[in-house]
Write a protein that binds this ligand. Structure first.
Ligand SMILES: [Zn+2]
Length: 378
């Protein structure tokens, strides 16, 4: 541990080369490079002092089974070794079905995400900020894969903090999908308060506004087209006050980038300004902050969003134009969807989106009212 940088001095970035050539298969939404794009962009922008970069270690079995079933972990290892899955493992562990394919690094990649996130939490023992964009697989279940997630690295990170003795933690999830795996893992644990903002009516169809998981969760299911103005209202009227009230020792922030307007898997309309503003607000609310990634299926918008988060954490102003090196990183991407055939120039030449302000709809206001009610009767 002595060789590791101190995240209290300046933020630390945990990455890994495992993400660069790893793909869930050519037709899967996770065919695209995301973490490597973010890492390449922050280097190309001149934003990464290499002394702040830490390689994510692969998590060992003992730390993974702190949450996950040992039989399930062995099934992931078998699938990686044989590049196939038995009928029994498929049925029991949901490997090889429902968007959770057998792929080359099916054990090593999620174990690296888990190792990076657990290291991030250990490194913040005495405080500080760590960005680990390879983490964020919030749908993973103790004994099955779910929603492109095999292990649940946020849960493993939060358990690391609990094992260190922290007992007032906030988990905030900005992904377009409900953070169901994390909420359920801490359903009966008042030490972890979970807040999830997600698109209403979208998979996994949980996380209704009245679902408080026994009291220590809040859910903000937002309507299609949710814009920056609406997100700001939720942040200022619901999210920030709820966090302040708890005076957390640590905040775990999941920044799945699929709530951005150009994401192909959801129908929300945020610009990356909404993410960056939320990161900036949340950072001031606790002495420890771990920021992870999550969903996000347009490589241009995910890479630009997450690179900008690193800039925000470091108080680096985002210039109006990318550097030539960053532009080359973006131009080298390929994106096998209609929008990828003729990408707009701004995906190459800017990191900051145009703000997507708009009317704050009544349904968003009533969502804020409902979520901040002391009790849910009537
Ligand atoms: Zn998602």
């Amino acid at each position: 541990m002595s060789a590791l940088p101190d995240p209290r001095e300046r933020p630390v970035y945990i990455g890994s080369e495992i993400y660069r050539r790893s793909t869930y298969g050519p037709k899967h939404p996770l065919a695209i490079p995301r973490v490597s794009t973010c890492t390449d962009l922050i280097r190309a922008m001149g934003w990464l002092d290499e002394s702040r970069f830490v390689e994510a270690p692969i998590a060992d079995d003992a730390s993974i089974t702190r949450f996950h079933d040992p039989d399930y972990l062995q099934a992931l290892k078998r699938a990686e070794a044989t590049q196939s899955v038995s009928e029994a493992d498929r049925a029991r562990f949901r490997i090889g079905v429902e968007g959770n394919p057998v792929y080359r690094e099916i054990h090593r990649r999620p174990a690296t995400s888990a190792g990076g996130v657990m290291l991030a939490c250990r490194m913040t023992a005495r405080g500080g900020v760590v960005h680990c964009p390879g983490g964020g697989t919030h749908h993973g279940r103790p004994a099955r894969a779910s929603g492109f997630c095999y292990l649940n690295d946020p849960v493993l990170g939060l358990l690391t903090w609990l094992d260190m003795g922290l007992d007032r933690i906030v988990y905030l999830d900005l992904d377009a999908h409900h953070g169901d795996g994390v909420q359920d893992a801490f359903h009966d644990d008042p030490r972890v308060f979970t807040i999830s903002v997600h698109e209403a009516g979208r998979w996994p169809f949980t996380g209704a506004v009245d679902d408080r998981a026994g009291g220590d969760a809040r859910n903000l299911p937002v309507p299609q087209g949710c814009n920056d103005s609406e997100m700001r209202l939720l942040r200022d009227r619901v999210i920030a006050p709820l966090i302040r009230e708890r005076r957390p020792q640590a905040i775990f922030l999941q920044t799945g980038a699929d709530a951005l307007e150009e994401d192909p898997l959801a129908r929300l309309s945020l610009s990356n300004n909404a993410y960056w503003d939320t990161v900036s607000t949340v950072r001031a609310l606790a002495p420890r902050l771990v920021v992870v990634g999550g969903g996000g299926y347009n490589p241009y918008t995910v890479g630009r969003c997450w690179a900008g988060i690193w800039a925000v954490l470091n108080d680096i102003p985002v210039p109006s134009r990318t550097t030539p090196a960053a532009e080359r990183v973006l131009r080298a991407l390929t994106y096998n969807r209609a929008a990828g055939r003729n990408p707009p120039e701004r995906w190459f030449t800017t990191l900051r989106d145009e703000p997507r302000e708009g009317p704050v709809r009544d349904e968003v206001r009533s969502l804020a009212d409902r979520a901040t009610k002391e009790t849910l009767d009537a």
